[in-house]
Design a protein around this ligand. Structure first.
Ligand SMILES: CCCCC[C@H](O)CC(=O)SCCNC(=O)CCNC(=O)[C@H](O)C(C)(C)COP(=O)(O)OP(=O)(O)OC[C@H]1O[C@@H](n2cnc3c(N)ncnc32)[C@H](O)[C@@H]1OP(=O)(O)O
Ligand SMILES: NC(=O)c1ccc[n+]([C@@H]2O[C@H](COP(=O)([O-])OP(=O)(O)OC[C@H]3O[C@@H](n4cnc5c(N)ncnc54)[C@H](O)[C@@H]3O)[C@@H](O)[C@H]2O)c1
Length: 725
């Protein structure tokens, strides 16, 4: 393959008169422009050759295709590639050349047929797949729409309601379901895939099998009035679930056009809308997130050294509380045998009970069978001592946040665990060097910082000290992948990356209410911005005990930039500790529904008198935009510090950490990407102005000042020399 081209297709014509065209673009046979243009040439040749009666399209190495090459969108967005004429691929090539050809095509699908991959197969006249095939149109989660005819062909093959479900949720279906839906014509073992597809193609030529153009099918479409009702409902749901995104509604426009005005007009609408969505900011953000998420496992100096992950056969967890039980659940769900150690029988039973409850909730929801529940639970063994730790490959400590207790545990671990065993701590704040102070095992000590609930939250912060070996990081990255977490490797400091970014966010919110802003308006503005909930609702959910413990760490470690609000401690004195006590910033009913509490004023006023601040008329009347700026620019500021200190190696890692650890809206691309979309100059000037009026909490850090003064992007790499990793 030419090193400048991205992928190709190859065509082989058999003695049976079937031309087999194979998509080749590892690792997922994505449809790059090179692949698509090669496919066009192969088709033109196959259609012109007298020895070709029919065509089979397949993908190399057990994967049909993962869809259009997503980096192509980036090239179009950056202007480094000219977008082809609107409709050139979907209409001129896929519809007019392939689907309308005089020779039939059959798709032979093994593995993935996603996005453009499935769309290409739907333009074929039949689809044969293997049992493991995954079929889906996940484009909306990338901010684009199915643009190779999927908005027109999928409803015609599987019906409007199912097509909407598949497109709006981005969830693929398996081969068997695809078969029962009418998306797949036959499911056969891998070894028979190509022979069946060839025979099927010839059967179409011989009229023994129907010659079906998906685009012209109408039997699965509901009557027009019903279709309009279904689409109206889908629009309503979409507006509710994705209020800040335009592309899902634009996708529905393309679907509706095809149903109302016919598939050809629908294809034209799809092409027009497909081209428009590429330049939406939300699309740029989502595509950035796609690649950034896959980039977190690429750690310079670690994953580029040819190290292979060692096999982790058995894991021990110390502490079966909230976190330990969640971590144990995540591990046994991925088939790791786990030993859970506790201090006494009662606590051990409670810990195992929590794991059981986590799994039982899956059984109740129907996502886990009873047999699978029993099998998974059988991987968990309890223990009250370290005897069974002699053959474990990794220990994750998750006891209460107490330095001397953790130090003692790590000293004990060194005595009982084998020498190769990874010694990980789930501490949220404590310096890992201190935790390992009483051991000689600094090279195998690492942070495995899970987020609560650990079996649900997708992020794993892997915290490395200056001593942690590259092998240990590689091993933990592999475990992270196996338990389906997105790992982000960060340096050792108070709060690591996520909690450091989280802290200024809640602090800014406390500052604003002390100066007269309405907490409920702040929560509402932040939710509208796209966070799962506002900072006050979040404090209630987490509980004031955790909020105060975290604040104490930050006040101790970063006193110069901490705003010391007394609102939470004052409420806690009155036995209001958040949702668990049904009273916090909100009042909660039996169904955990939150409503504003008029009494909150009293605590705010008292806190204001303690801090000595005054109500600021400007802050009383903040617009939603100003609320977002005053709560999130301090987060950007802290993210800049984390980046400048080398705690995160890439700005994109902070984007992923913010999205998966804080709930920052993915369609804004993450904290640094969002900041760059606003501009460092503006953010710097706002923070600088606020710091002069309101104090050092808002003071821009040196990194932000330097980049902001030049208007330079915040996400541009920091020189290696300054990186701590
Ligand atoms: C004018 C244009 C119109 C286009 C219209 C068309 O309708 C639009 C599309 O088709 S958009 C693409 C739709 N497809 C997807 O959204 C699939 C995205 N990929 C995935 O979901 C997954 O990667 C996977 C399920 C295909 C494989 O998952 P797995 O965990 O096995 O592996 P990774 O996710 O780590 O991916 C491995 C490497 O492959 C790269 N990659 C995957 N898909 C694509 C793609 N479609 N385009 C380009 N690259 C892709 C991925 O980035 C990984 O590469 P690294 O170098 O980062 O390791
Ligand atoms: N709670 C969170 O949201 C959260 C999030 C991330 C990280 N963390 C960190 O995880 C750790 C655990 O937090 P948690 O919320 O699960 O605490 P928890 O109080 O719910 O559980 C701690 C458990 O450790 C047990 N334990 C204490 N000493 C032990 C010993 N010597 N051997 C075995 N078990 C022992 C206790 O009996 C208790 O069951 C802390 O370091 C915390 O900072 C907590």
């Amino acid at each position: 393959m030419d090193s400048r081209t991205k992928g190709k297709t190859v065509m082989e014509v058999g003695g049976d008169g079937v031309a087999v065209i194979t998509l080749i673009n590892p690792p997922v046979n994505s449809l790059s422009f090179d692949v698509l243009y090669n496919l066009k040439s192969n088709y033109e040749e196959a259609l012109s050759r007298n020895d070709v009666k029919a065509i089979v399209i397949t993908g190399a190495k057990g994967k049909f295709s993962g869809g259009f090459d997503i980096s192509g969108f980036g090239e179009i967005q950056k202007g480094t590639r000219k977008e082809p004429k609107v409709g050139y691929i979907s209409i001129d090539i896929i519809t007019d050349l392939l689907e309308a050809a005089r020779k039939p095509s059959v798709a032979a699908i093994d593995g993935l047929a996603l996005g453009g991959g499935l769309e290409l197969s739907m333009a074929c006249h039949a689809r044969i797949s293997t049992p493991g095939a995954q079929l889906g149109l996940p484009e909306l989660q990338l901010g684009v729409i199915p643009g190779f005819g999927g908005t027109q062909r999928l409803p015609r093959l599987v019906g409007l309601t199912k097509a909407l479900e598949m497109i709006l949720t981005s969830k693929p279906v398996r081969a068997e379901e695809g078969h029962s839906l009418g998306l797949i014509d036959a499911v056969v073992p891998s070894a028979e895939l190509l022979t069946t597809a060839r025979r099927w193609a010839l059967d179409i030529v011989e009229r023994r099998k129907p010659w079906i153009s998906s685009l012209l099918k109408t039997d699965k479409l509901p009557p027009l009035g019903e279709a309009r009702e279904i689409l109206k409902f889908a629009r309503g749901q979409t507006r509710k679930q994705a209020p800040n995104m335009k592309h899902p509604l634009m996708c529905l426009d393309a679907l509706e056009t095809g149903i109302v005005s016919g598939p050809r007009v629908g294809l034209e609408k799809e092409a027009e809308v497909g081209s428009q969505v590429i330049s939406l900011d939300t699309t740029k953000g989502l595509i950035h997130v796609f690649f950034s998420q896959r980039g977190t496992v690429k750690v310079p100096g670690v994953t580029d050294r040819g190290l292979m992950p060692r096999k982790i056969k058995k894991v021990a967890i110390i502490g079966g509380g909230l976190m330990g039980s969640g971590i144990a659940t995540a591990l046994i769900l991925s088939s790791y045998p786990v030993i859970l150690k506790e201090v006494n029988e009662k606590f051990l039973e409670a810990g195992i009970g929590r794991v059981k409850a986590n799994l039982q909730s899956r059984v109740r929801k129907g996502s886990m069978s009873k047999e699978k529940f029993e099998k998974t639970m059988s991987l968990l063994k309890g223990s009250l001592d370290y005897e069974s730790f002699r053959d474990v490959d990794m220990v994750i400590e998750a006891v209460i946040e107490n330095i001397s207790l953790k130090q003692q545990i790590f000293a004990d671990l060194e005595k009982y665990c084998p020498q190769h065993c990874i010694l990980a701590s789930n501490t949220s704040t404590i310096d890992l060097n201190k935790i390992g102070e009483r051991t000689k095992s600094q090279d195998r000590i690492v942070g495995a910082h899970f987020f609560s609930p650990a079996h649900v939250m997708p992020l794993l912060e892997i915290v490395r000290t200056n001593h942690t070996s590259a092998q240990v990081i590689v091993d933990l990255l592999d475990v992270g992948k196996k338990i389906k977490k997105t790992p982000v490797v960060v340096g050792n400091c108070t709060g690591f990356a996520v909690n450091r970014m989280f802290f200024p966010y809640t602090q800014a919110a406390m500052f604003l209410v002390e100066r007269g802003a309405d907490p409920y308006l702040i929560d509402s503005a932040v939710s509208k911005f796209g966070m799962p909930m506002g900072p006050f609702r979040l404090c209630d959910l987490v509980g004031f005990g955790v909020a105060i413990a975290t604040a104490t760490q930050f006040i101790e470690n970063f006193p110069e930039r901490t705003y010391k609000s007394m609102i939470i401690p004052l409420m806690q004195e009155d036995k209001r500790a958040g949702e668990a006590t049904r009273k916090g910033f909100y009042l909660y009913d039996d169904k955990r529904k939150a409503k504003p509490d008029p009494e909150l004023k009293k605590y705010i006023e008292k806190a204001r008198s303690i801090s000595g601040g005054n109500v600021d008329p400007k802050l009383v009347k903040l617009s939603e935009k100003e609320i977002i700026e005053m709560t999130f620019f301090p987060v950007v500021n802290e993210a800049c510090r984390v980046f400048a200190e080398g705690i995160a190696v890439k700005a994109a890692d902070l984007d992923i950490a913010a999205i998966m650890g804080m709930g920052f809206p993915p369609y804004r691309g993450g904290i640094m990407f969002w900041a760059d979309s606003i501009g460092s100059k503006y953010i710097y000037s706002r923070l600088d102005e606020w710091s002069k009026t309101y104090g050092d909490f808002f003071k821009p850090c040196a990194f932000l000042a330097e980049r902001g003064s030049k208007g330079a992007p915040l996400s541009a790499p920091v020189e290696q020399a300054r990186s701590r990793l």
